[in-house]
Design a protein around this ligand. Structure first.
Ligand SMILES: Cc1cc2nc3c(=O)[nH]c(=O)nc-3n(C[C@H](O)[C@H](O)[C@H](O)COP(=O)(O)OP(=O)(O)OC[C@H]3O[C@@H](n4cnc5c(N)ncnc54)[C@H](O)[C@@H]3O)c2cc1C
Length: 452
């Protein structure tokens, strides 16, 4: 490939061609997907992104947009030798607007840096996930990332007030005016959010900030069974206004986290399920909790631990936050991020092992996730990366229960062949037409969402 024109656009510091240096961009976080690329392109400005995409459009060269490369579905991996367009150098936070509670940033800024910038100005950016220090704002927009606080604040789509992006022809589209009300035709940010780099490259975003809670409290709860835990999730929803997060994990995941990171378990017990609940709001949280119907359970259970300051809350959160890393340290997982109707969550968690066992009874299964959203991360260790038999069986089971085969990670390459489990042929045809309108040459992330 003739790369001289790209060097002219980006400068020699803006392009990496040495394969020994670009491996960080060609293997995904889970190590399940890998590829190769003639070059990693590192623009600094929207204008450079536009010129690069125009060059690719003219020369029919495919490219894969990439942010922090923490995606879970192989959507940022150049598996067919595409160029990698990394937004890593586009990290300017242009404005924190105190008057409106909005932040404007380039898309390569990490989620953690946006959270900190908001916090320095007395605001909070309410999307949070444990890959916060690597995941980029552009990546969280492209995947419509969820995370632990969806229950309270909604997913990424609900935070976007404006986007700037570069379409598959290299045109700059969108706006960053931040109007709360603007019903002029189709909603571009809504469409681009969750499009996984297949419609446009997100270059900047204007995001909504919220006022941070005055007081925060984390509570870890242990249960004999998941059904008992889920009845408390219902009670929490009904009786507490201040819930920010309600996470679930199980004994085998907790044991793995404690073993891998050499930390003590919360209790010397073997329990059926754990909930980690985060509460945040006006001063007086403990009083409000003790006046709620939840207090009867909290006062009688032997398995309740409170974290009220940063250190003790962090200690409780590590049991949940470290699941992804502990599982990846144990092997290359098949990651199936699914959501179920609330009434089906218990059935799914109880039966999924059996479904997997009919195919291979030597796998290891770890479940954890966002109980308040009915979102379970199914992690299977054992099958080879390219073996899709277990993935297919689990995803079919999810669809049969009325669930979603992708709650928050996206379709990527991992689930492209399974999109029809949740979407009709007509819907997929419309999706393809939308893609062709944004990206007529099909150069943006081919193979993601739609199988090649
Ligand atoms: C430890 C850990 C915990 C996680 N927890 C959660 C969680 O709780 N909730 C959740 O939703 N996800 C979670 N994730 C998954 C991941 O962090 C998110 O999907 C995140 O949004 C990806 O951001 P990224 O910048 O790393 O994107 P990448 O991995 O680089 O890319 C992901 C997708 O977005 C596209 N893309 C990236 N940047 C752009 C751009 N600027 N314009 C257009 N397309 C782009 C890529 O082409 C690809 O399809 C977790 C990951 C890890 C490693």
């Amino acid at each position: 490939m003739e790369l001289e024109s790209l060097i002219t656009i980006l400068g020699s510091g803006g392009i990496v061609t040495d394969p020994s240096l670009n491996s960080a961009y060609t293997v995904d976080w889970t190590r399940r997907y890998s590829g190769n690329t003639p070059a990693v392109l590192l623009p600094k400005t929207t204008e450079q992104v536009s010129q690069v995409v125009k060059w690719c459009y003219k020369n029919s060269v495919a490219l894969v947009p990439q942010g922090g490369n923490t995606g879970m579905v192989g959507g940022a991996t150049p598996v067919n030798g595409e160029l990698v367009l990394s937004l890593k150098r586009m990290t300017d936070i242009e404005e924190v607007d105190d008057a409106t509670g909005q932040i404007v940033t380039q898309a390569g800024t990490t989620l953690g840096d946006v959270q900190q910038a908001a916090s320095r100005h007395g605001w909070k950016y309410p999307v949070d996930l444990s890959a916060r220090d690597s995941a980029s704002i552009g990546g969280t927009i492209a995947t419509n990332a969820g995370g632990s606080q969806v229950l309270r604040y909604g997913n990424t789509r609900e935070q976007i007030l404006g986007l700037e992006a570069v379409s598959g022809t290299g045109d700059v589209i969108g706006d960053l005016r931040g109007l709360s009300k603007d019903n002029t035709g189709y909603h571009l940010p809504g469409l681009l959010c969750g499009s996984e780099g297949t419609l446009a490259v997100v270059t900047k975003a204007r995001l909504r900030l919220v006022k941070p809670p005055k007081e925060e409290l984390s509570i870890l709860l242990g249960f004999r069974s998941l059904i008992e835990a889920l009845s408390i999730v219902e009670e929490i929803r009904k009786s507490l206004e201040d819930v920010q997060a309600c996470e679930v994990f199980f004994q085998n995941g907790l044991d793995l986290v404690c073993e891998k990171f050499e930390i003590a378990p919360p209790w010397n017990a073997h329990l059926g399920a754990y909930l980690l609940v985060d509460i945040g709001g006006q001063i007086g949280l403990e009083e409000r909790i003790s006046n709620s119907p939840l207090s009867a359970f909290l006062n009688t259970s032997n398995f309740v631990a409170y974290g009220s300051d940063n250190l003790s809350r962090k200690k409780l959160w590590q049991y949940r936050d470290l699941h992804t890393e502990a599982i990846s340290a144990a092997g290359v997982p098949h990651k199936l991020d699914v959501s179920l109707p609330h009434g089906k969550l218990n059935e799914f968690c109880n039966d999924v092992q059996e479904i997997i066992n009919t195919i291979d009874n030597e796998t290891q299964l770890f479940l954890f996730g966002h109980a308040g959203d009915g979102n379970i991360h199914v992690n299977v260790l054992g099958p080879s990366p390219e073996d899709l038999e277990i993935d297919t069986a689990v995803l079919k089971y999810v669809a049969s229960l009325g669930g979603s085969i992708s709650a928050e990670h996206g379709i990527g390459r991992a689930k492209a062949h399974h999109l029809n489990l949740n979407r009709t042929t007509q819907e997929i045809d419309i999706f393809r037409e939308i893609k062709a309108a944004f990206d007529p040459a099909g150069i943006l992330n081919p193979g993601t969402i739609f199988p090649q």
